[in-house]
Design a protein around this ligand. Structure first.
Ligand SMILES: [Zn+2]
Length: 173
């Protein structure tokens, strides 16, 4: 049901918000599941869960396993009150307390912005890895050229640096 980042460090979802502020981790037929026992609601399937009846859910927000939380969407009970721009989402009384698909998409878009830095960092990590590998290959080919009798001047020319610079970089390796 959630969205997962490429590095698996983030899983986002739309969480129903219980009247006491707890975020639901999912839903069952009778309502939304929240962690923790207050005695206020019926126990859920797991020992540390309660079921908040759907009609008591009056808002939602994006949530992520890392702790990030998105903007709050208020529940409105008539279609005429619904307003996407001010995050008022229509959910009929008596219905399971889920947001509509467009609202879910909007929350996902918000979550994508949240994970954008860590997704972009993956590109840096991949480039650094490639860079290290090619540096190692360069060192090996230089050693092979030297062993085959090439001079520091030859190696410097091939590498686009001076004889002296080539010597300083590779003589000890
Ligand atoms: Zn996250």
């Amino acid at each position: 049901m959630g969205w997962t980042s490429t590095d698996n460090n983030h899983e986002g979802y739309v969480a129903a918000i219980a009247p006491d502020g707890r975020l639901a981790s999912g839903g069952v037929a009778e309502g939304m599941l929240v962690h923790g026992i207050t005695g206020e609601y019926k126990p859920g399937g797991e020992s540390d869960e309660e079921i908040v009846p759907d009609d008591l859910i009056m808002s939602w927000r994006g949530a992520c396993t890392c702790g990030w939380q998105g903007e709050v969407w208020q529940r409105v009970l008539t279609p005429s009150e619904a307003d996407f721009a001010s995050r008022k989402a229509y959910c009929r009384p008596g219905d399971a307390a889920y947001v509509s698909l467009p609202v879910e998409d909007a929350v996902q878009d918000e979550w994508m912005i949240h994970i954008a830095p860590s997704e972009a960092i993956l590109g840096v990590e991949a480039a650094v890895k490639e860079h290290r590998q090619s540096t190692r290959r360069l060192d090996k080919t230089v050693a092979a050229a030297k062993a085959a009798g090439a001079s520091w001047a030859d190696i410097g020319r091939a590498a686009g640096i001076s004889r002296q610079a080539a010597h300083e970089r590779w003589a000890d390796k």
